[in-house]
Design a protein around this ligand. Sequence first.
Ligand code: GLP
Length: 253
Amino acid sequence: MKIYIEKDYAAMSKRAAEWVEHAIRSNPQLVLGLATGSTPLGMYRHWIQSVAAGTLSFKNITSFNLDEYLGLSAAHPSSYRMFMEEQLFRQIDIDPSQTHVPNGDMEHTEDHCREYDRLIEQAGGIDIQILGIGENGHIGFNEPGEDFGRLTHVVRLSDSTRRVNSRFFNTLKEVPTHAVTMGLKNIMNARQVVVLASGDKKSRAVEQALLGKVTEHLPASVLQLHPDCVFILDEAAACRLPDEVKHNVEMAR
Ligand code: GLP
């Protein structure tokens, strides 16, 4: 496990962007696992700038997003597909047919989940999986209590996740009650996992993920078992980590 602690959100985003850019330059055909939420936005903005400057290309990149709300079509303004289109895909040179987000608007959910897993496998697996972390330690939409062994599946969202995510909707009632998410097994299957966290609201989840017991009650704790996992934090998200941990990490100031 590698931990980087950066001064603030901007520095965290830059470090994360450069990390992935370096990997893309070494392997322009990388398979990227992408995440939604506020946290990766700064990193996405860096990528957009690099593509505009001609120093980075996603032309041969394949992407798989972690999750999608159940019941929202791709065209819904609060769908994760729409989020990715607006915040990243339409602003870079990625081939639209190589971008994948689970479909939240399908009848046969089980078939769709198996197909999503099959597509990931067919692409050769995920090289780098980007993750944010929920305040309750969820990753993707794998809520506390999720089985570590699951692939893509439908989940019931916790009340707290729906409340936190209601900022992307007009009212709490509009937030779907269920979602499709890659499972913790998909995440663990990625060759490398890069977790981003910013702000003191995430500090408890970060502390438990890194130093707590590996337990299904805190889904992100499973990452302690991953052979190549990198946490890129800002100081606020790292504020609960004890000094001996902080002193052993790669500080970037
Ligand atoms: C959402 C997403 C996660 C994301 C998390 C944190 O529920 N499903 O993939 O990592 O919440 O979001 P944010 O980065 O906005 O704090």
